[in-house]
Design a protein around this ligand. Structure first.
Ligand SMILES: *Cc1c(COP(=O)(O)O)cnc(C)c1O
Ligand code: SF4
Length: 329
């Protein structure tokens, strides 16, 4: 078993253990949910980046189950993006030139705000038959020139399975690039193995890696080293984040995130507004506050470190940019 698989196996699943590791008690976090419906799951390399004795730690807030998740909110839904409607099992084709493949159900970390927290994942990795079905679909739809491996988290699959699928996809004549959307290397940097790098570097099309990092404190030396290695084989290493109340809804946090991403060799791509998924309403930030946040970022960062601020709108053929009137005052 590889190091990263051992880290998966050792991930913390008991909220009490997480609190104890951080020298916190239930009295510090009276709203902790000790037996959440959506399981707690946090790999230890990620816990190591949390500040002990800080109940407000921005990394802890992303992963700790709270009773707030049980709050019913009429505008929050189980499937906010209509993702349960797929063209094939596990294949979403919402945008003309790209398909998103749920390559692997499940994640290394369970993020409490996740819009896929109620997604009915098929268990395990896409099987050979399903991969063949995807290849047939691509043959029938040559306007699709990019495949996005997503999940869950596609890097939960083992290196051999990934190599087989990525090679088959890259060899489709209509495919110009492959993309991987993953949070796994963020929480377990050891996931960037030599075998994975070898696969990514040997494909006939460029690969784009999109990571998911919400706060500068998530970037440590091990992650920066993993990104340095990734950059030798990927055409781009990008980041998408979600605006989360109490995590990164202050200008300083977003500026620090962009600067830390840049220092680690990662380029900001999207800043997503929270999807209205049941159980996540306590992470919501008002549009007006998001606008003020974004203005602050524009004032303090060079344009290439300002991610595009977007929202997912069910039925839209693309991510929808949030528009504000930023006339000079
Ligand atoms: C986000 C998303 C994509 C990728 O969109 P880009 O703007 O190309 O990053 C593709 N398909 C689906 C279903 C998505 O949700
Ligand atoms: S890693 Fe991504 S898909 Fe998985 S729980 Fe977190 S936000 Fe959701």
């Amino acid at each position: 078993m590889s190091d990263w698989q051992q880290h998966l196996r050792d991930a913390i699943q008991d909220p009490r253990e997480l609190l104890a590791l951080l020298q916190l008690t239930e009295a510090d976090l009276p709203r902790v949910d000790l037996s959440p419906a959506f399981a707690l799951r946090v790999p230890r390399p990620f816990v190591a980046r949390m500040r002990p004795k800080d109940p407000g730690d921005p990394l802890l807030r992303q992963v700790l189950s709270l009773t707030d998740e049980a709050m019913a909110s009429p505008t929050y839904h189980l499937d906010p993006l209509n993702e349960h409607e797929t063209v094939l099992p596990g294949v979403l084709h919402k945008y003309r030139s790209r398909v998103l493949v749920v390559f692997r159900g499940g994640c290394a970390v369970n993020c409490r705000y996740c819009f896929r927290r109620h997604y009915p994942y098929h268990s395990g990795t896409l099987r050979r038959q399903q991969l063949d079905d995807v290849l047939d679909y691509l043959r029938a739809n040559p306007a699709v020139n990019e495949v996005i491996l997503s999940g869950g988290d596609p890097l939960m699959a083992d290196d051999a399975g990934l190599a087989e699928a990525m090679q088959a996809l890259a060899d489709m004549p209509s495919i110009r690039r492959l993309r991987i959307h993953t949070r796994l290397p963020v929480v377990i940097p050891a996931r960037i193995t030599d075998a994975l790098l070898e696969t990514l570097g040997s494909l006939s099309v460029p690969v784009i890696m999109v990571l998911h990092i919400n706060h500068a404190q998530e970037i440590d030396e091990a992650l920066a080293d993993a990104v340095t290695r990734l950059r030798t084989v990927c055409r781009m290493v990008l980041n998408q984040a979600v605006v989360l109340a109490g995590v990164n809804d202050q200008v300083e946090a977003q500026v620090a995130l962009s600067e830390a991403l840049f220092a680690a060799g990662i380029d900001p791509y999207y800043l997503n507004v929270l999807d209205r998924v049941s159980g996540a309403s306590h992470f919501a930030v008002d549009d007006a506050d998001v606008g003020a946040l974004y203005r602050g970022m524009l004032e303090q960062l060079p344009g290439f470190l300002v991610p595009t601020l977007v929202r997912e709108v069910p039925g839209a053929g693309h991510k929808v940019p949030l528009m504000f009137d930023f006339a000079p005052c």
